[in-house]
Design a protein around this ligand. Sequence first.
Ligand code: NAD
Length: 250
Amino acid sequence: MLGLNERIVVVTGGASGIGRAVTLRLAREGCTVAIFDLDEEGAQRTKVMCGEKAASVFVYHVDISDYMQVERATADFEEKAGPVDFLANVAGWDLAKPFLESDVELWRKIIAINLYGPLNVQHVIAKGMALRKFGRIVNVASDAGRVGSSGEAVYSACKGGIASFSKTLARELAKSGVQVNVVCPGPTDTPLFRSFADQKLADALTRAIPMGRLGQPDDCAGMIVFLLSDDAGFITGQTISVSGGLTMHG
Ligand SMILES: NC(=O)c1ccc[n+]([C@@H]2O[C@H](COP(=O)([O-])OP(=O)(O)OC[C@H]3O[C@@H](n4cnc5c(N)ncnc54)[C@H](O)[C@@H]3O)[C@@H](O)[C@H]2O)c1
């Protein structure tokens, strides 16, 4: 893909699953990457997995729901590596529970991570991008936000919110050279997926997916990295599902 070499990138959630796959891919393409994640050990493992590119991966222990932590880590990374060109907001979390059995504490946690988290990171990082007249942002939402998902009502609200937020930000920043797009994974075999899907559910989803298998982290990484690349230089405000055809949108 074009235009990735030597770019400066922040990836949230790079300690695991899809975020790890994105980090490995970006490092391989010659980017300098900061992982912002709560799981510092996992992020260090991702760095080691980058092999000869490990020196270009920086690990920050960041809770994205805390604006100040995001600000501090961004300032440190930019001092060391330079201004951020690209941002992949991949971190996310959910605990599946029917809405009527859930409580306000759980809503707060889900909203803090999946809605405030990406808002915080974009508010901190997109400012510099707009001033420099260049930047690309990919927000990872979910097909749950497009078509709903039983047991994930509040998470779906956050993910749907992120998709509409992204369209608005894409409009606000288009003339400042900042592009904002959304990738919606379908069921993807990661630790998050395994935390709420037993084998029976995984098998049922596999049967429902037209392409006949669960997604793998790399399936999403390709689309996310493409949307960060110069090959996507005229794409903004779009939402794309990577779901093996489980959801199809016009
Ligand atoms: N796996 C799926 O089936 C699936 C489907 C749709 C959407 N998604 C979305 O894809 C993204 C990646 O999920 P995944 O499946 O790779 O999950 P994962 O659990 O493997 O990785 C998520 C990462 O986010 C980090 N994280 C969680 N809360 C954080 C916080 N407050 N601050 C910083 N980091 C935090 C975790 O430590 C972890 O490293 C998420 O946004 C998720 O909602 C996943």
